[in-house]
Design a protein around this ligand. Structure first.
Ligand SMILES: NC(=O)c1ccc[n+]([C@@H]2O[C@H](COP(=O)([O-])OP(=O)(O)OC[C@H]3O[C@@H](n4cnc5c(N)ncnc54)[C@H](O)[C@@H]3O)[C@@H](O)[C@H]2O)c1
Length: 271
């Protein structure tokens, strides 16, 4: 097997870091990028004994940073095999509470950041006649829970983008997958924006209660991507919800409606 060259955005923490470890264990050459330089340096220090790992500061919302990353991989890796658009943030709140500034913030990072990654590297992948794009969405794209509209919309957008590119880019030898994980413990809550009282601790509990950890999520992503799956659902509850949405829509919609009623009572108690 040839050595893979892998770029992972948001690779200084959580899932991105776990993916870096998983690829290093397979002998890949890995470039992680992030906006958190301190965590980037820590991650490189912690993982450098496992193989070739590099860090570059790059904000996925900034076009010039993407141009710099393309130049970096051409100079240092002489190409790229896998682009993982992983960097992301979370937001929660009712539609009449979340500000338009917060909508812009999350769309810029979670959706347009992924679009910029795909736009930047597609010409290189076309030139190579080979490449793989793995976009990290969320189970939120499948099961759109109440009071999460901005996050749900960005992740559903990433699924639509990935489905489109899957069929657009396959004739050029480019494989595209999208990952929809349920909750798992990371630092995602630290950057979360919400105007809702009590939402921060609810999300922290959901992350802490994840049934599998980031390392296991990463292992399942590599397995699914290795099989060139379009939709990768690392959690068993994610697979079940996806199945229910397609084959038992009344049950699926009842469950989400029930969640909406419970949330209304809870938020009213908190305010
Ligand atoms: N943790 C979960 O339960 C969960 C569930 C479903 C999907 N996800 C998705 O997994 C991905 C990784 O998140 P995580 O849970 O590991 O969180 P995390 O906060 O631990 O890691 C995200 C990383 O992205 C970086 N980042 C944020 N904005 C950036 C930007 N504009 N440019 C570059 N880097 C940026 C952060 O600095 C951080 O290091 C996200 O897309 C998230 O939406 C997470």
């Amino acid at each position: 097997m040839t050595t893979q060259r892998v770029l992972i955005t948001g690779g200084a923490s959580g899932l991105g870091r776990a993916l870096a470890e998983a690829w290093l264990a397979r002998g890949a050459r890995v470039l992680i990028t992030d906006i958190n330089d301190e965590r980037g340096a820590e991650t490189v220090f912690a993982l450098k004994g496992r193989g070739e790992i590099h860090y570059q500061r790059a904000n996925t919302c900034v076009a010039e940073d993407w141009v710099r990353l393309l130049e970096w991989v051409e100079e240092n890796f002489n190409g790229l095999d896998v682009l993982v658009n992983n960097a992301g943030v979370a937001a929660a709140g009712r539609i009449d509470r979340v500000s338009m500034d917060d909508w812009d913030w999350i769309i810029d990072i979670n959706l347009k950041g992924v679009v910029q990654g795909c736009r930047t590297f597609t010409p290189l992948f076309k030139k190579q006649g080979d490449g793989q794009i793995i976009n990290i969405a969320s189970l939120a794209a499948v099961a759109c829970a109440p009071a999460m509209s901005s996050y749900n919309v960005t992740k559903a957008g990433v699924v639509a983008l990935s489905e489109t590119l899957r069929h657009e880019l396959a004739p050029y030898g480019i494989r595209v997958s999208v990952v929809c994980p349920s909750f798992f413990q990371t630092n995602l809550a630290d950057t979360m924006r919400t105007p809702e009282e009590g939402m921060d601790s609810t999300v922290r509990k959901l992350l802490a209660g994840g049934k599998i950890d980031a390392d296991e999520v990463a292992r399942r992503i590599l397995k699914g991507a290795g099989k060139n799956r379009l939709m990768i659902l690392p959690h068993s509850e994610g697979k079940m919800l996806w199945w229910m949405k397609r084959y038992l829509p009344p049950v699926f919609n009842y469950a989400l409606g029930d969640a909406g009623r419970k949330l209304k009572r809870k938020l009213e108690r908190n305010s």
